[in-house]
Design a protein around this ligand. Structure first.
Ligand SMILES: [Zn+2]
Length: 447
């Protein structure tokens, strides 16, 4: 994992937030390559959820919502973790922290940080929502929260969306947006962060049909994840046991990936029943039922949710793509004997940079032709120009960036207007006419 974190920094995927001040705990910034990778994943999700389907609409609800939303949703009362404080060193732990020896609150309990005995308090419930104040007065009545999930923005808008788009149940609403949780034990790089981005879709169905839709969405979502190019043996389902279910869920399955730190979820499919809509109806005093135009029945819909972490999915894609390999043959020799390489074998359509353009040397008309090709290509793809260092070095840098194609302009290029295209994974080189490069790459990047 350390190797991936250091590559992420070196190549500009992910930096620690406020690094020059020593960093801010478990908050991360996406650099030039990271923002492209995450954007490609989000766009792929949006395309498959919203554009390619007629029964799902998009939404972008605000992060700040009426505080009553979080009472109705159960987050004010129930979105808590049991925590333990050390009275000596002031550190705070989850009550189930495996490093704690003994029973917190009892004299035998030992603090995992300072080692004191008997200084740990009995567990207390701690709300995970970030609280702030709206308006100029910092008083109880002005308290609002940074949303801990994007789903509620969808629920309170479901009739607005349904009526304005003239959808009929069953239909869904999809949203990508930031959410915030004041996690006490965050960690594992961008896996568990206090500010994160969700890709959530809430599918509204007639009561009694939710199990069937639940199974359909499980199948759909696994297909989408596999479409990211993730190795199948690194993926599995995990069904929540009774003690794992969130306060709103009747049934829940996670898609887990085998990270370097173990199997962990990065997407969940949840049967949320009519819990949220019924509660909003109660707390807001507004009817949220749906009138079926065919049968004239009125009902509060059930909700099947698919909830994916954009950051976690990005981490899955990065972990799965990371390889250390031995390079043999011609390229190793060009490289001056550096036979080890680190490469991100990203699916080409997800890669931040689609190609890099290299003049073999900075003379004999090669830079001029290379610049012309670069200008032409960047109207179609995100491409990179690099004329620094040996060609082997330049290949290695792009391998680490996950760039699938390297285009080299050499002595022959200035004679016959052809270039070599090097494939990141096979290291094979094709000779391609410069004016056919757009077609060539378009074909390779499909899928
Ligand atoms: Zn302590």
């Amino acid at each position: 994992m350390d190797k991936l974190v250091s590559l992420a920094k070196r190549r500009g995927f992910v930096f620690q937030s406020s690094e020059i001040y020593g960093g801010l705990g478990s908050v991360w910034d996406y650099g030039p390559l990271g923002v492209e990778l995450k954007k490609n994943i989000k766009e792929r999700w949006w395309r498959s959820m919203v554009h390619e389907r007629q029964d799902i609409e998009g939404l972008d609800a605000a992060i700040l919502m009426h505080p009553k939303v979080w009472e109705a949703s159960g987050h004010v009362a129930g979105f808590t973790d049991p925590l333990v404080d050390c009275k000596h060193c002031k550190n705070r732990f989850r009550a189930d922290d495996p490093r704690i020896k003994g029973t917190p609150g009892q004299p035998d309990a030992q603090c995992p940080v300072c080692g004191s005995k008997g200084t740990l308090t009995a567990p207390r419930q701690f709300n995970l929502m970030f609280k702030t104040f709206m308006g100029p007065v910092e008083e109880q009545a002005a308290v609002i929260y940074l949303r801990p999930e994007t789903a509620q923005g969808i629920y309170v808008n479901y009739l607005n969306v349904q009526q304005s788009s003239r959808q009929k149940i069953p239909f869904g609403i999809a949203q990508i947006g930031k959410a915030f949780r004041n996690e006490i034990t965050p960690g594992n790089f961008i896996f568990r962060t206090r500010e994160f981005e969700q890709m959530e879709m809430q599918f509204f169905v007639k009561p009694g049909t939710e199990n069937e839709w639940f199974e359909r969405w499980r199948a759909e979502r696994m297909k989408w994840v596999e479409g990211l190019g993730i190795r199948a043996e690194k993926l599995r389902w995990h069904q929540h046991g009774k003690d794992e279910l969130a306060h709103y869920a009747k049934d829940a399955y996670d898609i887990q990936y085998e990270f370097p730190f173990g199997w962990q979820e990065f997407e969940g499919i949840h049967n949320r029943t009519d819990f949220d809509l019924s509660n909003h109806q109660k707390y807001a005093g507004k009817k949220l039922d749906y009138l079926d135009p065919k049968t004239n029945e009125r009902f509060v819909p059930y909700v099947v949710e698919t909830s994916a972490g954009a950051d976690r999915t990005t981490l899955v894609v990065l972990c799965d793509a990371y390889r250390e390999e031995e390079v043999r043959g011609g390229e190793a020799a060009e490289d001056g004997g550096g036979e080890q390489r680190v490469v991100l074998k990203l699916k080409p359509s997800l890669a931040p940079l689609k190609a890099a353009v290299f003049p073999l040397v900075n003379k004999d008309g090669m830079p001029e032709l290379a610049h012309r090709i670069h200008d032409d290509l960047r109207r179609h793809f995100n491409v990179f120009y690099d004329d620094g260092g040996s060609i082997g070095r330049r290949y290695r840098r792009q391998d680490e960036a996950g760039t699938p194609y390297g285009i080299t302009i050499d002595g022959q290029s200035t004679q016959d207007q052809t270039v070599t295209v090097r494939d990141r994974d096979t290291l094979k080189q094709d000779r391609v006419a410069a004016d056919k490069l757009v077609d060539y790459l378009t074909q390779k990047l499909a899928g």
